[in-house]
Ligand binder design. Structure first.
Ligand code: UDP
Ligand code: MG
Length: 321
């Protein structure tokens, strides 16, 4: 059985860690090949996301000197998610399975072997999941976990403690590429694909060298993009708030009328109070309603695929895999 593996590694200004990363990935590929788990023409694709340091030079040098290293250079910094997509798109026709992993090797590349085992057991998507975050700072840990919780409440179902370390089969990648939206939040989209999935656990380590490319500012922006590029739920919340306020107006009306007839109010207070509550609620409902239409346009504009066929008796037997 031959399975051609492509490991996709996005790199943005990673000159400090890249030499070590390439060495570790190469030794992994070498071991997997000698165990006959993957094809001999499997490779690693380093996607240079518009780095301004020596990242691309390092990739080129290694491409000359070893058989495993290939490079893809993006013309400008396009962000982690787009770098991953560029890599996946580039190998979608040639690789049987892809694994995406960060360049800093915070994720244990040795569990890729377990991922391949799960693939051989019939899984199309295998998520790498952190068993513990004790190597992350308290701050990073709490903010990241808060992020998963908010995402789930807002309607983007993500896999808990899974970042972008995952294996995908060729057909899963092809289905993923049918999602046409510009702003791809992979962690939210991949679970929508379907197919049989599995998880493998690993302990996430510290960055070996270089600095995190995700400071707090970028993390907040990422969370915000994730929520707004995924669901129109915030709009629904506004609409709900409008209805709640209109209902509260009824309570306020009773209170205001009682106060009015009891004579404890100054003239004009009752009508003023009631109009403020009522109009506030009506305005929120109106904004929410308009928002609902905008939300529909937004969902339509993504042109997402509606379904993914897993098996069919209409196709030729050869095409089903
Ligand atoms: N990265 C990228 N483009 C960017 C930012 C980051 O390709 O604009 C890559 C980076 O080189 C690394 C991965 O995305 O391979 C994750 O970044 P990092 O390790 O800095 O994030 P953290 O682990 O701190 O969340
Ligand atoms: Mg990292």
């Amino acid at each position: 059985m031959s399975t051609k593996l492509a490991i996709i590694i996005p790199c943005y200004n990673e000159q400090e860690v890249l030499p070590m990363t390439i060495q570790r990935i190469n030794s992994l590929l070498c071991d997997l090949m000698s165990e006959r788990k993957i094809d001999f023409d499997s490779f690693a694709l380093y996607v240079d996301d518009g780095s301004s340091d020596r990242t691309w030079e390092i990739i080129e040098e290694k491409n000359q000197s070893d058989n495993y290293t290939k490079g893809l250079k993006l013309a400008a910094n396009s962000g982690h998610q787009n770098a991953l997509l560029a890599g996946l798109e580039a190998v979608s026709e040639i690789a049987d399975i892809t694994v995406t992993i960060d360049a800093d090797l915070q994720d244990d590349e040795r569990v890729i072997e377990k991922m391949i085992d799960a693939y051989n057991d019939g899984c199309d998507i295998v998520y790498g999941v952190r068993s513990s975050r004790k190597n992350d700072s308290f701050f990073k840990r709490t903010t990241a976990q808060g992020f998963y919780k908010i995402m789930n409440v807002m309607g983007a179902k993500t896999v808990y403690n899974h970042a972008d370390f995952r294996l995908m089969s060729k057909r899963a990648v092809k289905q993923l590429l049918k999602y046409n939206e510009r702003n791809m939040f992979l962690r939210g989209i991949v679970p929508l694909i379907g197919y049989k999935t599995a998880m493998v656990e690993y302990a996430r380590t510290k960055r070996v060298a270089g600095e995190s490319k995700y400071p707090l500012r970028k993390m907040i922006a990422f969370a915000f993009e994730g929520i707004t590029s995924f669901s129109a739920k915030p709009i629904t919340l506004i609409l709900g708030l409008g209805f709640i306020i209109v209902i509260l107006t009824l309570a306020a009306m009773i209170y205001a009328l009682v106060a009015h007839f009891a004579g404890t109010t100054v003239p004009g207070w009752t009508s003023l109070m009631l109009s403020i509550w009522f109009l506030g609620g009506v305005q929120l409902i109106s904004v929410g309603l308009i928002g609902k239409y905008v939300g529909k346009i937004y969902i339509e504009s993504k042109q997402r695929p509606r379904y993914n066929i897993e098996k069919s008796h209409l196709e030729d037997k050869d095409n089903t895999n």
